[in-house]
Design a binder for this molecule. Structure first.
Ligand code: PLP
Length: 426
């Protein structure tokens, strides 16, 4: 009995420690994360979390699903209404599963796909090292244009005409500027292929009308994660422009890539979609302003911020070259010790082998923006980072300041239940 009790204490202590550290005491700048509103969180913890609903709404393999059937169809309509399409698939339980389902329907093992270059932000799931490789589809990278920090359009068009791939992939995990959707769509369509736009990172910006909607510029499918700039539950979705591809993917996602689709995501997703319909323009607008302000503030503190000649960023991300400050691995760890959470990242000139100690840091402002931070707070964050990394102040001093600072931002903004505090204490 005592062993059970001490085990239980340990488990609960760890959960409480995580909530306290990451929610109350740290500045989180991981570009792929966010926090849900308490209302969405409440809806997430419903009976749906225990239930199965294999198959499509109203055509399930089990009984007991009539309510999730209605909710799933309703949520797909809500999201489709904003994106401008009636073809939305909500079942992928992650962005990677969304990609897998679309890639597999568009190509057989042995076929070819052309992807954005890794320097322009391609995700591992687009490559031979990830999902594409697992499906046996060959990846060929488009050339990179270092001046514009983007896909080299002329080179990519030529490559597509030569290779005649089954599909092309744009969108990425590390990108500051929008990829050239229209040009690549025209090229891939001219050889009979399809364009997949992976909007995992920027889905919230697209939903809010602050990043160009690839479905309106020629993409045939848009895959997404629902928890990065879109501040919903962890999960995925796919939106299509045409019925035919939608039907093919819908028919295969179950049973090829999942059985159940974690039903409790759906009401939380619907509530977050409503929050984004109500507040998205304001929220996403503030995210983009904050990212630019953070980049400028870091530069004036003495950091080498990437992309100055292009205005630093149009997304939620900022990239910093920290080679002269000890490199990505060392600076990311030091920041973590001071309760500022970031990730080390390859910069365009880094070879893939540099992944363990790359040149850069990737910073994302979507979560701190949801905690109500604006331009002034971006300057505060830049100063705290400079105190630690440039002026070499003791890590304990900076950590103490970060903890004091975060106390003022314990409220979730852009939420339907008003500005609310979210702290779970077991
Ligand atoms: C994060 C990310 C994914 C994977 O999403 P998960 O929901 O974590 O599976 C896919 N593509 C891109 C571009 C991403 O950044």
């Amino acid at each position: 009995m005592n062993e059970i009790k001490s085990s239980l204490d340990k488990i609960l202590d760890l959960v409480n420690a995580e909530n306290k550290w990451r929610l109350q005491e740290t500045i989180n700048l991981i570009a792929s994360e966010n926090v849900m509103s308490p209302l969405a969180l409440k809806a997430y913890l419903s009976d749906f979390m225990y239930r199965y609903a294999e198959g499509k709404p109203f055509k399930r393999y089990y009984q007991g699903t009539k309510i999730i059937d209605e909710l799933e169809v309703y949520t797909a309509q809500l999201i489709g209404g904003v994106l401008g399409t009636e073809y939305v698939e909500l079942r992928p339980i992650s962005g990677t599963i969304s990609n897998a389902a679309v890639f597999r329907v568009l190509a057989e093992p042995g076929d070819k796909a052309v992807i954005a270059p890794v320097q322009a932000g391609a995700h591992v799931s687009h490559t031979k090292f990830g999902t594409l490789g697992a499906l046996g589809i060959k990846h060929i990278e488009m050339p990179y244009d270092p001046e514009n920090m983007n896909v080299n359009i002329d080179g990519a068009v030529k490559l597509i005409e030569e290779v005649k791939p089954k599909f092309a992939v744009l969108g990425g995990s590390v990108y500051l500027f929008p990829h050239p959707v229209k040009e690549i769509a025209d090229a891939i369509h001219s050889v009979g292929g399809k364009l997949v736009y992976d909007s995992a990172h920027v889905f919230g910006l697209i939903f809010a009308g602050k990043w160009r909607n690839p479905l309106h510029h020629g993409a045939d499918a848009m895959t997404a994660s629902t928890h990065k700039t879109f501040p919903g539950p962890q999960g995925g979705l796919i939106a299509f422009t045409e019925k035919d591809l939608y039907k093919k993917v819908s028919k295969t996602i179950f049973p090829w890539f999942l059985s159940n689709h974690h039903l409790h995501r759906i009401p939380a997703l619907a509530i977050t979609a409503l929050e984004m319909i109500q507040y998205g323009e304001e929220y996403a607008g503030q995210i983009i302003k904050n990212a630019k302000t953070l980049a400028e503030a870091l530069a004036s503190e003495g950091f080498k911020v990437i992309g100055e000649h292009l205005g630093y960023t149009q997304s939620h991300q900022v990239l910093v070259d920290v080679r002269e400050l000890g490199g990505g691995a060392k600076t990311a760890k030091l920041l973590e010790d001071a309760n500022i959470i970031v990730n080390k990242n390859l910069l365009p000139w880094d070879p893939p082998e540099a992944v363990k100690d790359p040149s850069g840091l990737r910073l994302g402002v979507q979560e701190v923006t949801r905690w109500g931070m604006k331009e002034d707070e971006m300057k505060d964050i830049a100063r705290l980072m400079a105190e630690l990394l440039i002026h070499k102040k003791p890590v304990e001093d900076v950590r103490r300041k970060v903890i004091e600072f975060k106390k003022n931002y314990m409220t979730i903004h852009y939420a339907l239940d008003g500005e609310v505090t979210t702290i779970l204490d077991l």
